[in-house]
Design a protein around this ligand. Structure first.
Ligand SMILES: O=c1[nH]c(NC[C@H](O)[C@H](O)[C@H](O)CO)c([N+](=O)[O-])c(=O)[nH]1
Length: 194
């Protein structure tokens, strides 16, 4: 029987000219790396060029909202000043450990930002508090700023669940959820321009 749950029929949107950032946490890197690769693969497949994809990192998922907010604000300032975004621009007086790609980015603000983190439940309530704070934080950033922020926070109870949702367990039949986020970023980026 065809599963009911899932992202629905894939839509194709032309990502040419879009500028997209991926901000990812550095906890649980094996899963993070696969999710980021999946998102990036989908962006490139939709026509987003390599130089229009900026990847930045923050220490953990709790820093995703501030990392996304600061990156988007920096891209707006740079776009209005008609300059590209260099690593030093992004790192200057950063309250977050943003480590940017070294190349100078093109002169426009981001059309969409994908926030990626992996929270794995431990034996305390830490997981719940971070998950709740980050969910509300990312939603606030996107509504306050108007830039689509794709919710790429995996909140899993076991490492296995995380590996499955990163497409790393073939026997599970689960796909890499990062690909869904890449597609969503292109769709929202395109619709934002319409
Ligand atoms: O991204 C994560 N951060 C985690 N903690 C760090 C947190 O996101 C902050 O970086 C830290 O609290 C400093 O603010 C995690 N756990 O604690 O389990 C986790 O599973 N995933």
């Amino acid at each position: 029987m065809t599963p009911i749950k899932g992202p629905g029929a894939a839509q194709t949107h032309d990502g040419t000219g879009l500028r997209v950032a991926i901000v990812h946490a550095r906890w649980n890197e094996k899963i993070i790396d696969a999710l980021v690769a999946g998102a990036k693969k989908q962006l490139l497949a939709a026509g987003v060029t390599e130089e229009n994809i900026t990847v930045e990192t923050v220490p953990g998922s709790y820093e995703l909202p501030i990392g996304v907010q600061r990156l988007y604000a920096a891209s707006q300032v740079q776009a209005s000043a008609g300059e590209g975004i260099s690593a030093s621009d992004l790192l200057s007086s950063s309250t977050t450990d943003l480590k940017s790609s070294p190349t100078t980015a093109p002169k426009k603000a981001f059309d969409a930002i994908i926030a990626i983190g992996v929270l794995i439940k431990g034996s305390t309530m830490h997981f719940e508090y971070i998950a709740d704070a980050v969910s509300h934080g990312l939603m606030r950033v996107q509504l306050d700023s108007g830039v689509p922020v794709i919710f790429g926070l995996l909140t899993v109870l076991t490492e296995e669940q995380g590996l499955e949702r990163a497409g790393l367990v073939a026997s599970s039949g689960m796909h890499n959820h990062g690909e869904d986020w890449g597609s969503a970023a292109v769709e929202l980026g395109v619709k934002r321009r319409e």
